[in-house]
Design a protein around this ligand. Structure first.
Ligand code: 5AD
Ligand code: SF4
Length: 451
């Protein structure tokens, strides 16, 4: 058992967990391979946030079942949130699955894999103390390093499966995190992204998220710092001040709203009212001039009336988010809202979703048009996926506001900062001096973004 193929679904935390698993496996002498056909074991790192995410994984498992017919010694494992969520139900699929491991079981992954070679194995204990703080991840290529500062969630929003799949909230000690940031910078990563389910509720007993931002801001070699996702209720004055005052902390905040109707927010148990959210948003915009703000919205939550929906639509129209991730409500077993009768049928959810997509598209387009003629500072990611046909080679990177910028390849190296004049825009991309084929990223991801 040597060669392992890892594939990840869901949020950025899962991507970071894969890097953690990769580190654990490599230290145990195992090799990571790029294709399932080359592997002795395949592990899917899964998401449970919406039913659609689980269906995709089940489809992929079907493909691995075929592979296993050809290679009966192949070990097939499911890791992550769906493993934790479906637990024994997954193990019952005995013909295919050899390993089911939840988010707190990765430390012993090599051993679990070895055991799974002879008998199906499940490791699904949630461990209040497991932070993996001492385990060095094997970071993927690129200019951006993900640093998980906190695991689990204590908020228990009624629609959300995360507290059940990832367990209670726990923060890593600040010293360990700063060590990770320093090592990532020494390895050449230029942007640090702090990750947590409610990242701004970070507290290691002595330091809060503001302390973490301010300390990371002083690490040499780091050019930019980002974080996702904060919770509106934990957006303290201290945190807003740190975002405003730290030079390397970028002016972009992803602030999930979910709904702009107070009765819906109440049933979601989001712990804020619309007025409370709006005050936080106002404070951020006042203290961080030019800040870009993105959000998450769920349509069709149980009991969401037409008036509730219109309140959300109208608030979004006034708030003018730079972008929004828009989702149809998906009832998840184990959560509290699972027991609430669904009142919005599928076609109506689709109609509400589409109305918000159209409106947001318009707003994002207008905001991006406003950038035309201005210069942006871009951290260069690298070559852009080629445009149409014989289009000229292009580079892409992110502006300080986390907007994707594409421009004609001028030899700028990945990981460097570059000033680019904006000459064109789409609702999803800013185009630099070359007005060549736009790089069509996704503004609105339905079902894929998570966490
Ligand atoms: N149905 C639909 N969307 C959900 N989200 C979380 N749980 C659900 C669910 N059950 C969305 C929220 C969250 C984002 C990561 O996913 O908007 O902020
Ligand atoms: Fe798990 Fe939630 Fe991330 Fe999905 S979005 S992988 S459920 S933490």
């Amino acid at each position: 058992m040597k060669r392992v193929f890892l594939e990840t679904y869901g949020c950025q935390m899962n991507v970071a967990d894969c890097e953690l698993m990769a580190g654990v496996l490599e230290r145990a002498g195992m090799e990571l391979v790029q294709r399932p056909d080359d592997a002795d074991a395949v592990i899917l790192n899964t998401c449970a946030i919406r039913e659609h995410a689980e269906q995709r994984v089940l489809g992929r498992l079907g493909e691995f079942a075929h592979l296993k017919l050809r290679n009966p010694a192949l070990i097939v494992g499911v890791a992550g949130c769906m493993a934790q969520h479906l637990r024994k139900r997954l193990l019952d699929q005995k013909r295919v699955l050899d390993l089911v491991v939840g988010p707190d079981g990765y430390r012993n992954l090599p051993d679990l894999l070895r055991r799974a070679a002879s008998v199906p194995v499940a490791e699904l204990r949630l461990d209040r103390d497991e932070t993996y703080g001492d385990l060095e991840p094997r970071r993927g290529a690129g200019v951006r390093a993900w640093v998980t500062v906190q695991r689990g969630c204590d908020k228990f929003c009624t629609y959300c499966v995360v507290p059940y799949t990832r367990g209670r909230e726990r923060s890593l000690p600040i010293a360990e995190l700063l060590g990770q940031v320093e090592r990532a910078a020494a390895q050449g990563f230029r942007e640090i992204v702090f990750l947590g389910q409610t990242v701004n509720s970070y507290h290691d007993g002595a330091h809060d998220f503001a302390d973490l931002l301010r300390a990371a801001d002083r690490v040499a070699g780091v050019l930019r710092i980002r974080f996702t996702s904060p919770h509106p209720s934990d957006m303290s004055e201290r945190v807003v001040a740190a975002i405003a005052e730290c030079e390397k902390v970028m002016p972009h905040v992803h602030l999930p709203l979910q709904s702009a109707s107070d009765p819906v927010l109440e049933r979601m148990q989001r712990s804020y009212t619309l007025a409370g959210y709006d005050a936080v948003l106002g404070r951020i915009r006042e203290r961080v001039p030019g800040v870009a703000v993105s959000t998450d919205i769920i349509v069709g939550f149980p009991g969401e009336s037409e008036a509730d929906f219109l309140a959300t639509r109208d608030y979004m129209r006034g708030a003018r988010f730079d972008s929004a991730f828009l989702f149809k409500y998906s009832a998840r077993p184990d959560t509290r809202s699972f027991k609430m009768p669904e009142t919005v049928d599928e076609p109506e959810k689709g109609r509400r979703l589409q109305a918000l997509i159209d409106q947001q598209h318009q707003i994002s387009g207008e905001i991006h048009d406003g950038w035309i003629g201005r210069e942006v500072q871009v951290l260069v990611d690298g070559p852009s996926s080629r445009g149409r046909g014989d289009a000229q080679a292009q580079l892409h990177g992110k502006s300080r506001e986390f907007k994707t910028v594409v421009w004609a390849d001028d030899g700028a190296r990945p990981g460097t900062l570059r000033r680019v004049k904006v000459v064109g825009a789409t609702p999803v991309t800013l185009l630099g001096d070359s007005a060549e084929a736009p790089h069509e990223a996704q503004l609105v991801t339905i079902g894929d973004r998570a966490g």
